[in-house]
Design a protein around this ligand. Structure first.
Ligand code: UDX
Length: 429
């Protein structure tokens, strides 16, 4: 099939490459000419393991091409995936202006019958809006169908997630569109759920919100376990082995970040409020998550005598999680900002991300050794494997005070204690 992917960010690029890998002919469209040129040259504009190789392969084979020619791209393709961003508005709702622009372009340039698929995470009712936007911008009446087909991939494992999804959700009222979508996903070995568009849109928000809820649950429970001197990892394991609960998204730490969970939870809360049917559980999820990075930071502050002025703190990790260069809503950034506010000197390290903040109180170093050197405390904020494998015996002589705060419960606490560090994790007793 000839597919058009509109928006070449994480979701769009991964989706396009996965479909190319499945034997379809794919065009990637973006208004950002620089992005298009870079992709067409085989250069990925973000860090995602494995995706760059796939890009080079399909650019070389010409199974994927990139363009900024909107009219031609729409005319030439039969199935159009909308993968543009839906950023958070100030009131928490999703900003649909990019989706609207694309829908209007599709209407304007539609030359024959097409299936339009929303992959971006969009609020309930958006498929109806997209239908309306296309209809009102059509210059001639051409039949089309709109499908909601949310993407569940995670940054850092985008390729594996998109190639082997747990399920595929197809939300449409058109039999023809559903048939085309089933054909498109023919090679995927997973259940396909067919619903109406509204249920499909809700599935995406509800799934992300539920995962966020699991994380906030374990984080709040960790605070209680901390007081009772119980190891939260043992509790999570004991709970997670109950197959009704499951072990995933049950790691206590600094709270969830990234481009999806915070935005999607807020958007669902906004929908709930606007509908007059509040989701009070989800309100608490947000509250716990807002507090969580500061929970460990307060422990650090107490350990250093309640005042961080003139203290030097090493922060290991800037990305919101390992294997990505994304710092959106990263707990690490919140911690650095709080440290700067407390007038601490901050030394940061990340294997991939470059610190872009302008504060004179924060500097990035190339090696962990240089970062921890002369510091009063070290805080691990991102779960990079590199930090799991650190030789703490070599770092101990470099630090000024041997306080280690493990925001990811990822270090062998007995080992680091033997090396002379005072270890504090998140209820990692
Ligand atoms: C998420 C969803 O998982 C994905 O299905 C959706 O399509 C997009 O949003 P992503 O934001 O890439 O993916 O990251 P994810 O791996 O889900 O992690 C989100 C945040 O939760 C990270 O900050 C991570 O560190 C944190 N997390 C995750 C925990 O704190 N504990 C856990 O047990 C799991």
């Amino acid at each position: 099939m000839k597919l058009l992917i509109v928006g070449t960010g994480y979701v769009g690029t991964t989706t396009g490459l996965v479909f190319a890998e499945m034997g379809h002919q794919v065009t990637g469209l973006d208004v950002d000419t620089q992005k298009i040129q870079s992709l067409q040259a085989g250069n990925l504009h973000f860090y995602e393991p494995g995706l760059d190789e796939l890009l080079r392969k399909h650019v070389k084979n010409e199974t994927i091409t990139f363009t900024d020619n909107i009219k031609k791209a729409i005319e030439m393709n039969d199935v159009i995936f909308i993968c543009v961003g839906t950023p958070k508005e100030e009131n928490g709702s999703a900003d649909l202006s990019y989706v609207k622009n694309v829908a209007q372009d599709i209407g304007r340039y539609m030359n024959r019958s097409k299936v339009i698929v929303t992959k971006s995470t969009v609020p309930v009712g958006t498929a109806e809006l997209v239908t309306e936007w296309i209809k009102t911008s059509q210059l001639q009446s051409v039949p089309f169908a709109v499908v909601s087909n949310p993407e569940f991939l995670r940054e850092g494992s985008a390729l594996a997630d998109a190639l082997k999804p747990d399920r595929i959700v197809i939300g449409s009222t058109s039999d023809t569109a559903r048939r085309i979508m089933r054909e498109l996903y023919d090679n995927f070995q997973c259940p396909i759920i067919e619903t109406n568009p509204k249920a499909s849109e809700m599935i995406k928000y509800a799934a992300n919100s539920f995962l966020a809820l699991k994380i906030s649950f374990i984080n709040e429970l960790a605070r209680l376990c901390d007081k009772l001197e119980i190891n939260i990892n043992d509790v999570a394991q004991g709970m997670g082995l109950d197959h009704r609960i499951g072990p995933h998204f049950f790691r206590a730490g600094l709270g969830y970040g990234g481009s999806c969970f915070p935005k999607d939870v807020n958007a669902l809360l906004h929908t709930a409020e606007a509908t007059g049917s509040p989701l009070t559980i989800l309100e608490s999820v947000v509250q716990v998550n807002t507090e969580q990075p500061l929970y460990l930071l307060n422990k650090l502050k107490q350990a250093l005598g309640g005042n961080l002025q003139e203290k030097t703190i090493a922060v290991l990790g800037l990305a919101f999680k390992a294997n990505t260069d994304d710092t959106r809503e990263s707990a690490s950034i919140k911690i650095i900002e709080a440290l700067i506010n407390e007038q601490a000197n901050v030394k940061v390290h990340d294997p991939v991300v470059k610190w872009s903040g302008s504060s004179a109180g924060c500097h990035q170093f190339k090696t962990v050794a240089d970062t921890v050197s002369g510091t009063d405390a070290v805080m691990i904020c991102t779960d990079w494997d590199e930090y799991r494998e650190l030789d703490w015996s070599k770092l101990k002589p470099l630090v000024k005070q041997p306080y280690l705060f493990d925001g990811r419960n990822m270090v062998d606490k007995e080992h680091v204690a033997k090396m002379g560090f005072y270890y504090t994790g998140v209820a990692n007793h």
